[in-house]
Design a protein around this ligand. Sequence first.
Ligand code: GRF
Length: 200
Amino acid sequence: MSRIAVLASGAGSNLQAILGYLAAAESGTTVSLVASDKPQAGALAIAARAGIPAVTLRDPGDGRFILALLAEHRIELVALAGYLRRVPEIVTQQYRGRMINVHPALLPAFGGPGMYGVHVHRAVLGAGVKVSGTTVHFVDENLDAGPIIVQAAVPIEDSDTPETLAVRILREEHRIYTEAIRLVLSGLWRIEGRRVLKGN
Ligand code: GRF
C-alpha cells in the first residue's frame, strides 16, 4: 500500500489516468492528495469528485509548507502531472527517488525553461524532427533533467500541428505514467550514474 500525491496546474487528464489505473490494479495504492498552484485547475475538481483532499498552494515556493502537507498526508511518492511551477529544492531533496514528472517530449531534447505544453510541440515541429514522444523521469534540482524511467516515441505526421501532436502524445503519457508508477513503487529498480535500470 502506497500513498501518492499528484501536483498539477491544468486539466488533470494524467491524474484521471492514474486514478483509473489504480482502481483497476486494486493494489491498495491510492492518490491521497492532489495539490495545485491554480485554484481553478481541473485536477482539483477531479480530486474533489473522487473524495481526495484537494489543496491550492497559496505559495508554491514555500518548501516547508509543501513538506508539511506531504507529511500530514503520509505521502510516499509525488507525481508531477502538468505542474508548471518549480518544486523547491528542500522538497526535491527530501523526495529524491520518490518524485517523478511526465514531460511531453523525448528528453533531454525539448526540455528546460519555457518548454511546457504547446510550446514543446511547436518547438518540435519547428525543428523538423520526425519522431517526438513523452518521458517520465525522476525529479531533481535540474529542470527536466532527472534520470529517465520510461519513454515512448510518437512518429510525427506531415499534417501535424502542435495541437494534433499534443493529443497523440497525451495518450502515450497516460500509458507510460502508470507504467512508471508501477515500476517505481515496485522498488525493483536502481540508478547507475544517470541511468534507471530494472532490478535492484
Ligand atoms: C501534459 O501534456 C504534461 O506532459 C504537461 O502538461 C500536460 C498536463 O496535462 N507537462 P493534464 O493536466 O494531465 O491533462
